[in-house]
Structures are given as C-alpha cells and as structure tokens.
Design a protein around this ligand. Structure first.
Ligand code: AMP
Length: 544
C-alpha cells in the first residue's frame, strides 16, 4: 500500500534503519528477527499487528496514529553534513546455512551508489512508470520503490493478489501504462503463462537467479529491452547488469559503478580469461556484513588485496564464474548448497537443521530437484530416530510451517533407512532417489467421479508430475506453488469457459471443489446458449 512507502520514507527521514517483517512468516521466525535486530520501534498496520509477535518496544500504527505523526515535522536528518553515509539504511534477513536466518546490514552509501548507477543503466526517465511487484522482504524491492522516486518517475504498486496472479498483473501493466518492471524469472514465466506479451518499448529487468535462454528468447523482441541483473544481498541488490542482445548468450555483464568483481582461484589469484574461478565483489556496494555474526562476517568479507585502501573489503559470493575475452562475466552456478527456488534464496542447510530439531528425526538431507520449465521442488530425505517407525508427511509439514517461510517447506518427504555414501564416507547426493519419478498421491486417494474431475485431475497430474491425484488432496501439500497454479488455471480456461482467478483457486485448492466451480459456470452457459428452438445459420458466439 502507499502507506508502506510513507513508512519507509519516514524511517529514513528520521535517521532510522528499517527491517522488513512479512506477517506471513511464522511467528517464531519474526520473533527471532525482532530479538536479533534489537529493533526498538515496530511500525505496522491495524490489520497486521495481530499477526506479529508480541513487541515490548514502541508500536506505531501507520493507518491510525496520524495526529501524532502529523505533529512530528522535524526536518530530515542531514546525512551529508553529519557524515552519516555509513549509517544503516536497512537490514534484510536471508537464509542461514546453520539453521537461523542472518541479517545483512546495508548503509546509505551502499544504496545511494546503487540508485545513482541504476539511473544510468538500465536507466529510467521521469516519464517512466515502474510496476513494483516484489515484497519488501527482498532487497530488490529497493530498486522498485526508490529508483522511480529519486528519478521523478512513477511507482505503480501491485498488491499481493496482483503480484501473484499473472492475468491481474498483465491487466495492471496495461491499465497503468507501465514502461518498466523488475522481477525474477518465475514472475516473468507467470506473466507469459497467463498469455501476456510485453508492449512496445517495455523495459524488463530480470534477476535473482539465472535467466533461462528460452525465457529471454520469448521476452526479447525488436521493440523491447531485457536486462539480466546479478548480485547478492550482501553487496546491495545488483552488482552487475547486462543488456541482453542475444538470448542464446546469457551473461551477467560487467560491474556497476564503483564496484569491482574478481574471479579468483583458491589462493586468491586472478584466473585467466575463460577459466572458471570463484567470484568476489568489492567496492561501494559491499555491506557492513552480518548482524551479530562477527565470525561469519570475517569469513565472507575479507581484506581486499587488490586495492591500496585501508579497511577495503571484498565479499565471497559462492558463485562460480568466468571472463569472456571482452571482460564480460558469465555465471556458472554455485560452490555450495545455496539454491534459488522461484527467486527465493534458500540455504538447504537451514531446512536440514530445522528438520533435525524434530524429536523423531535423526538426520535430514534436503535437495532441490529441477523439473525444467522453471519448476524446482525441494525434497527432504529423513533418517528416523531409533524406535520411531512412522512419520507422517502432514506432521512434518506442520512442524516446519511453524518455523520456516512457506517457500522453504519441501514438497516431498522421503523416509530412508540410510543415506547413500561415497567411498570417502561423504553423503552422495547424486544417488539419492528422485521420489518425483512416478509418484502416486497416496494420501487418502479418492479417484475422480465426473468427467470434469477426471479432466482436472489429468491437468494436475501433468503439472505436478504425479501419476494419480486424489480429488480431495490439497494442491500445496502435493508440492504445488503459485506458478504451477497459474499454469493450471490457464489450462482449465483452455478447456472450460470459466473465468477462474488465482484467488478462487487458492480458496479451494483441491480437484473436487474446483470441478464444482467449473461445472456451476459451464452449466449456466449451456442453459444460456442453448437455442430454444432449432434455428438455421451460425450460432452467435458467447462472450466471456
Ligand atoms: P540474493 O541475495 O537473494 O540476491 O541471491 C544472490 C544469489 O542469487 C547470487 O549469489 C547468485 O547465486 C544468484 N543470482 C542472482 N542473480 C543472478 C543472475 N542474474 N544470474 C545468475 N545467478 C544469479
């Protein structure tokens, strides 16, 4: 809502730093974030305050406390004169491999350098309208909310429903004459799945995970602009940008202003052009490190030996990369167990550590399986504690839901007697069986009855990659997510004359209820369009 932006500007004007808290996160996680950050003010809305943990500091309700807010007209703090560019602007929590999320501390210097550089490339004009679709919990929202504002351009705000529903978003883009949008590849796929096509002159920024060639090919045309944006939260939103000219050659471009990127070997020596090495980032985007994690900070942010400047640091990204002959950088995957699932950054170790907190679990391993078409699923493999015979998926799911955000909950849980090991005794992840091959939904399987249920079950099975789906099974419990839901809705629309929205789908995410909705509408249509008496000539087409 616009109040969100008012709140952010208010915090910055007062010289504070913000920490975004998504009310959809489990209470335990929010509580941890509040405690870890030692936040002393909670800015919320009446509607969400009850979803947040109990807070002992001062609470301000932005939709209610206007008498007090209005009376506080102190001028903005003078950052430049008080030399406050190293003061914190925001802290963002990201997944932590040891089991707890970690806060990244970003300064005003970091953000200002970023915004000024983005004004040049990819560039923004005061006549532009940028549609903001990203939740504030991701740092990339900073580009969407602040870049237009510091450039005299317009921000169009997509609410939650619009940002996760391809059709609504496509309508919003048209209605508001949007000329720029930034999103992860998953959101671009969602828009395309809803039948959207970029308008002439549309500027698209894609980032957060590798830009698939086929997506780039579909998005790019003679009259559109597509940019591949790369960067970790720790070096402030994006550290390199690349204007895509050939969708078959996707690179991450060159560093943005006042930023250096080094591709190094294990001994911190630069590798030659064309040779794969580890990517390090230095310069004005490098953040102050992790909140209350001095050891982790000193491991990942080390002295930069390539510049003669006291205190200069470079950040170890964990990404593999190589140089092309012209200095352009190509990203080649990761060295660790950090994955991206639909744009969300996840340390598999955090899910494993959380699973291991359950009394019945001796050990857990989590993998991300790529099913193609931008569909990645998390699979958990579990060794049970001695004496424990069964552990139901629903129980595990509920346990994790109380601790982790929804995008970190595995779609499948596989109980194993032992993990496959390599000769050196290390876990052999590659030979863990893929449970998605020929999965049958066994949870109280009820077969389809009507032809509508049968058809919808086939569509679900196809997209969920499950052989047989019961009509009462919950879409999300079977590994479903919003992108799949959008694709399924489009398919249902291809088959039936129904204007099904994502919200309808989320309200009753099982086949039986969906079939009821479809049948109700299609029955009405049959009645309306059925000619009362036989007539000659062509029937008029019914418009929906
Ligand atoms: P985050 O901190 O959520 O922005 O995640 C940063 C990580 O996402 C990077 O270290 C990369 O592994 C990955 N990443 C972000 N953008 C891209 C991109 N355009 N291409 C490839 N990987 C990317």
């Amino acid at each position: 809502t616009p109040d969100l932006i008012v709140g952010l500007l208010g915090i910055l004007k007062a010289g504070g730093a913000y920490l975004p808290m998504d009310p959809n996160y489990p209470e335990e996680r929010l509580k941890f974030m509040l405690e870890d950050s030692q936040a002393n003010i909670l800015l919320a809305e009446t509607e969400t305050i009850n979803e947040l943990p109990q807070f002992l500091g001062r609470t301000i309700l932005i939709d209610k406390d206007w008498t007090e807010i209005d009376s506080a007209n102190t001028p903005p703090i003078q950052y430049r004169h008080n030399n406050m560019s190293d003061a914190l602007a925001y802290t963002i929590f990201t997944s932590g491999s040891t089991g707890k999320p970690k806060g990244v501390k970003i300064t005003h210097r970091n953000v200002v350098n970023f915004l000024i550089t983005m004004q040049k490339e990819p560039g923004i004009r005061s006549t532009d309208v940028l549609m903001a679709v990203t939740t504030l919990s991701f740092d990339i929202a900073v580009l969407e909310l602040f870049l237009p504002l510091v450039s005299g351009a317009t921000v169009a705000l997509a609410d939650v429903d619009m940002s996760r529903d391809g059709r609504r978003l496509a309508n919003g883009l048209k209605r508001m004459n949007v000329s720029i949008m930034q999103a992860t590849p998953a959101t671009w796929q969602m828009l395309l799945a809803a039948g959207w096509q970029p308008a002439e002159g549309f500027k698209m920024l894609s980032g957060g995970e590798p830009l698939p060639q086929n997506l780039a090919q579909t998005l790019l045309s003679d009259s559109t602009e597509l940019w591949n944006m790369y960067g970790p939260t720790e070096t402030t939103i994006w550290s390199s940008v690349s204007k895509v000219t050939n969708p078959k050659l996707i690179d991450i471009g060159k560093p943005i202003g006042n930023t250096q990127m080094y591709i190094l070997d294990k001994h911190l020596n630069p590798v030659p052009i064309g040779v794969t090495g580890e990517l390090w980032i230095a310069g004005d985007g490098v953040s102050k490190g992790y909140l209350n994690r001095s050891r982790l900070t000193s491991e990942r942010f080390v002295h930069n030996p390539f510049v003669n400047k006291l205190g200069a640091k470079m950040y170890y990204t964990g990404d593999l990369a190589k140089y092309l002959p012209d200095g352009t950088i190509v990203c080649l995957g990761r060295v660790d167990f950090q994955v991206k699932v639909r744009g969300f950054r996840i340390e598999l170790g955090e899910i494993e550590a959380t699973l291991a907190e359950h009394a019945s679990v001796r050990e857990a391993v989590v993998t991300a399986v790529d099913l193609g078409n931008d569909d990645k699923r998390l699979i958990a493999y579990i060794l049970l504690e001695q004496g424990v015979k069964v552990l139901e998926t629903a129980v595990m799911r509920r346990f994790l839901q109380s601790k982790l955000p929804a995008y970190m909950i595995p779609s499948n849980f596989v109980i194993q007697d032992q993990f496959p090991l390599m000769p050196n005794g290390k876990l052999d992840r590659r030979t863990l069986q893929n449970p998605l091959n020929g999965v049958i939904d066994t949870a109280d399987y009820v077969p389809p009855n009507s032809s509508t249920e049968q058809k919808i079950a086939e569509i679900w099975a196809d997209f969920l990659k499950i052989e047989k789906v019961g009509i009462h099974s919950d879409f999300f419990e079977l590994g479903g997510h919003s992108l799949l839901a959008t694709q399924i809705i489009s398919k249902i629309r291809d088959n039936y004359a129904i204007n099904l929205t994502l919200a309808d789908f989320f309200d009753s995410p099982n086949i039986a209820d969906l079939a009821k909705q479809v049948d109700a509408v299609n029955w009405q249509i049959k009645v309306q369009t059925a000619p009362l008496q036989p007539f000659e000539g062509e029937a008029e087409e019914f418009e929906f």
